[in-house]
Ligand binder design. Structure first.
Ligand code: HEC
Length: 150
């Protein structure tokens, strides 16, 4: 073996290292994709109503004020776990009613409190939004956000 690093040895280290880490990177990417598609998101629970709710969410740009699982704006509360916060696990009907009437009662007009606009959504649209928020809360986020307030 020569004392010095030859050109071809350097090239082999470069190509070998590149391929080695590329394989690891691709493996991790596939694993993440598989985990998201098959394990963490409850895609078998995706009903037409959940999908419709997501479209209402997008059409009304709720994300311009709210975060959903951490993504979005920080003006208004995180909504990824609002279903849990409203007690949806123990009393789904109660949580549904509370969420719907909350949205119908906005803006609250309370001075010094941030305001949410009135979107004038129909009862069916509100139902679909709640279905979407409920579905979102059931995604396995590995206990994120760490506290109930989001
Ligand atoms: C212009 C900003 C803005 C937009 C757009 C907006 N919101 Fe809000 N939302 C707020 C604010 C501010 C609050 C908190 C108000 C308060 O606590 O009095 C809030 C609160 C809520 C809550 C109650 C959260 C809790 O923890 O009590 C729900 C549910 C909600 N919004 C749903 C929606 C949905 C669904 C949309 C889209 C259709 C939407 N918001 C669009 C500003 C906004």
């Amino acid at each position: 073996m020569s004392e010095r690093l030859t050109k071809s040895a350097a090239r082999n280290i470069f190509y070998g290292g590149t391929i080695f880490f590329l394989v690891i990177f691709l493996g991790l990417t596939l694993h993440s994709h598989n985990y998201i598609v098959n394990e963490s998101s409850n895609s078998d629970q995706l009903t037409e109503s959940v999908v419709a709710g997501k479209h209402i969410w997008e059409r009304n740009s709720c994300i311009n004020c709210h975060t959903l699982l951490g993504e979005g704006a920080y003006y208004a509360p995180e909504l990824g776990n609002v279903w849990v916060r409203y007690g949806g696990k123990d009393d789904p009907e109660g949580a549904r009613d509370m969420l719907k009437s909350w949205m119908q009662a906005q803006p609250s007009g309370i001075e010094g409190r941030r305001q949410m606009p009135q979107f004038n959504l129909s009862d069916q649209e509100l139902e679909q939004l709640v279905d979407f928020l409920k579905w979102t809360s059931e995604i396995d986020t590995q206990n994120w956000p760490p506290n109930e307030a989001g």
